[in-house]
Design a protein around this ligand. Structure first.
Ligand SMILES: [Zn+2]
Length: 316
């Protein structure tokens, strides 16, 4: 009940802020060819008239990833993080593994406008589908204690709406508002749906939302830090056959400068390729290595946001 109330207040105030900032009502969903949303609707008429109370102040909700226990101490460190996309039912089993090792080193990028949706067959494996968590499951706290970030309301390819600021605010900001209502933290990052981005899109997302980092679907196969937070390329995909070898290499590496090992994927890939043991091994290895700092994407971002730009064309 309290969660629903808080969520309603978040949306109301977000709508009021948008109205004030932009001089116009929040965008209506502009999506082309996307399934009808079964999740919450962020759009409200922007009256903003005094429904909020002293209890709910969602506009001052803390940003995700702020953690006083994590600080820079001037010496280089090894960092490990992961992420899984789309808000799928397998995320619950992924969280069981993370919980087993008390390893909160994972971020979940979800589409709150597609809750409960079942996409078609995946990976060419009969019976393997992409099933998203329902609104009820999301509200039941499945992600409690974990970093949840934006993947847009409807998994919208962002380069396709780069010229439409209202659509950017709706797809990215709307998803962020819903996530803030679910988690109590304001998202600071996203994963590019379909991995599609370019400089113009990245700059407009930064200009129109609170997003400060965006993960790509590339695989660097390296342990360097991102050169730009809005094109944050992971080290490897969970289905990469070398993931455990890379983990071993990372664990043994001499740390003379800050290093990052970043693994990404989808829950249906873990299920479809039977990577549960691999995932368990990976999390165990990383969480039990004393010199490896396990953290969420947002925690890493907050730790390095003053040093790594949102966008630069300088290549490493
Ligand atoms: Zn996705």
């Amino acid at each position: 009940m309290k969660r629903n109330f808080l969520r309603a207040a978040v949306l109301l105030i977000a709508a009021a802020l948008l109205f004030t900032a932009c001089g116009q009502a929040p965008a209506t969903a502009p999506e082309e060819g996307t399934p009808a949303p079964s999740g919450p609707e962020p759009e409200t008429e922007g009256s903003g008239s005094g429904e909020e109370t002293e209890e709910a102040k969602p506009d001052v909700l803390p940003q995700a990833g702020l953690n006083e226990a994590l600080t820079r101490d001037g010496t280089p460190h090894k960092y490990f993080t992961m992420s899984f996309d789309d808000g799928l039912v397998e995320d619950k089993r992924i969280i069981e593994i993370l919980d087993k090792y008390d390893a909160h080193c994972c971020t979940f990028f979800i589409n709150t406008g597609l809750a409960g949706l079942m996409d078609g067959e995946r990976l060419g494996i009969p019976g393997l589908v992409s099933q998203r968590l329902t609104q009820e499951e999301l509200e039941s706290g499945v992600y409690d204690g974990y970093d949840v970030e934006v993947h847009t309301l409807h998994h919208t390819v962002m380069t396709g709406i780069q010229d439409d600021p209202e659509a950017i605010r709706s797809e990215v900001g709307g998803d962020a508002d819903n996530i803030a209502a679910l988690t109590g933290f304001r998202p600071v990052g996203m994963a590019w749906p379909g991995g599609s981005y370019d400089q113009t899109t990245a700059r407009r997302v930064m200009a129109n939302t609170e997003i400060g980092f965006a993960r790509t679907v590339g695989n660097s196969l390296a342990f360097g830090l991102p050169t730009s937070f809005m094109k944050w390329e992971p080290t490897c995909w969970i289905g990469d056959g070398d993931v455990i070898r890379l983990a071993e290499e990372f664990r043994k590496a001499e740390c003379t400068e800050d290093m990052l090992f970043y693994v990404w994927g989808h829950g249906y890939e873990v299920e479809g390729y039977d990577l549960w043991h691999t995932l368990d091994t990976l999390v165990r290895m990383m969480s039990r290595s004393d010199d490896i700092i396990c953290l969420s994407n947002a925690e890493f971002y907050q730790l390095f946001r003053d040093e790594i730009p949102g966008w630069t064309n300088v290549r490493k």
